[in-house]
Design a protein around this ligand. Structure first.
Ligand SMILES: NC(=O)c1ccc[n+]([C@@H]2O[C@H](COP(=O)([O-])OP(=O)(O)OC[C@H]3O[C@@H](n4cnc5c(N)ncnc54)[C@H](OP(=O)(O)O)[C@@H]3O)[C@@H](O)[C@H]2O)c1
Length: 360
């Protein structure tokens, strides 16, 4: 098969607003080096990490909620998830579904033709469990907002599924993040899990994956999205931020809060936990700065777990769940790649439930 030398790509030129993403019609197509595969991108999911990296929200100089737009001041030394600068131009986009169309030295050519989704965590091949030696696909190296991309062969996981390319592009980031949180919090069938932001990508995955573990799941979401969240399997869906959460919960006792929202409502989430309860967190879309009464934390015997870098087996397990139909995609909309700015604007506006995907 003859492959073109150039490709269409949406290239992020620097930190800032949506205008930093620029469509190029003749960007050089990447070549796989030793140990890598070349993937023809069929679909690529959007995530807040794309938004936060572009805007520089991860920098400690930013204390606001995620807005999606540019911030007045972004620290030069810590503008990414890992706390280090990245170089531009950069092709973002982590959640690729595609087909392997080429291999670098040392990769079995039999992989050509495989349908894959990504494990987004780039690891040191000699030390894959060292979380300090990790990068993120579409952040520390180019990702999938393009017609072609390359990645280590180990990050391209073969998948057998009836789902569409766009549906498969909803899983990698949100669902592996959610499964990582539930793993860190040790969620079992004995738990009642409260999920703020349950209409979002990670929240919807938390609902499904906590149900998969047999837990009771109570979701918080905007009213317009309640029926969507119910269809994901939540046992109960409450308002986004009930004034009296204790009263809204009634007889339900919360043993785990699985949170990606944070912000002003956060103290209520902590205060609702039962003695010995667990709080697990991998995001703060409503704001990273929160008020903690340490007395609640220690007098209630709470455990807090942060969760970001995922162990490889978590992603591999997730692929098995997808193939078995244990989790379903929540695909809200598909946009063409050249409308990535419009897709991100819709993603940031949060009128939808689930994930948004672009196709080249
Ligand atoms: N650590 C990691 O590896 C990792 C991975 C993935 C995501 N994240 C982080 O997790 C967070 C959520 O990601 P996501 O992809 O699930 O987001 P999303 O799809 O945009 O959903 C977030 C949900 O939060 C709810 N929400 C409540 N208060 C909000 C507020 N003040 N502003 C915006 N939304 C609010 C919204 O639901 P309602 O309108 O129904 O309330 C929305 O559906 C982000 O901060 C993201 O960066 C981290």
């Amino acid at each position: 098969m003859t492959l073109p030398d150039t490709m269409r790509a949406m290239v992020t030129m620097g930190h800032g607003g949506l205008e930093q993403m620029v469509l190029h019609a003749d960007w050089p197509r990447p070549e796989p080096v030793a140990g890598e595969v070349l993937v023809r991108v069929r679909a690529c999911g959007l995530n807040n990490t794309d938004v936060n990296t572009r805007s520089g929200w991860y920098s400690k100089t930013v204390t606001d909620a995620t807005t999606g737009g540019a911030f007045e001041e972004v620290g030069e030394d810590d503008p990414t998830w890992g706390g280090a600068p990245i170089t531009f131009p950069r092709i973002q986009g982590a959640d690729v579904c595609g087909e392997i169309v080429g291999v670098g030295a040392g990769v079995d050519p039999a992989r050509i033709g495989a349908r894959i989704i990504t494990d987004n965590w780039l690891r040191d091949p000699d030390d894959p469990t060292d979380k300090n030696k990790t990068g993120y696909f579409g952040s520390e190296r180019d990702g999938g907002f393009a017609e072609y991309t390359t990645m280590p062969s180990v990050n391209a996981i073969t998948i057998r599924s009836e789902l569409s390319d766009a549906e498969l592009a909803t899983f990698s980031c949100s669902y592996s993040t959610a499964e990582g949180m539930l793993t860190r919090a040790n969620v079992t069938a004995k738990d009642t899990v409260l999920v703020p932001g349950a209409s979002g990508g990670v929240g919807g995955a938390l609902v499904q994956l906590a149900k998969r573990r047999g837990a009771r799941v109570i979701a918080l979401a905007s009213e317009a999205k309640h029926s969507d969240v119910t269809s994901l399997g939540a046992d109960r869906v409450l308002a986004r931020a009930p004034d009296d959460l204790r009263a809204a919960l009634g007889e339900d006792r919360i043993t785990v809060v699985a949170d990606v929202v944070g912000g002003p409502y956060w103290p209520t989430l902590i205060d609702i936990l039962e003695r010995g309860g667990r709080y697990t967190c991998s995001g703060a879309i409503a704001g990273p700065m929160v008020d903690l009464d340490l007395r609640t934390f220690y007098l209630r015997d709470l455990t807090f777990t942060g969760s970001t870098v995922i162990d490889p087996e978590v992603t591999n397990n997730l692929v098995r769940y997808i193939e078995a139909g244990d989790v379903k995609p929540a695909l809200a909309a598909t946009y063409p790649l050249d409308q990535l700015r419009e897709a991100q604007a819709a993603f940031i506006a949060k009128k939808h439930t689930g994930n948004i995907v672009v196709t080249p």
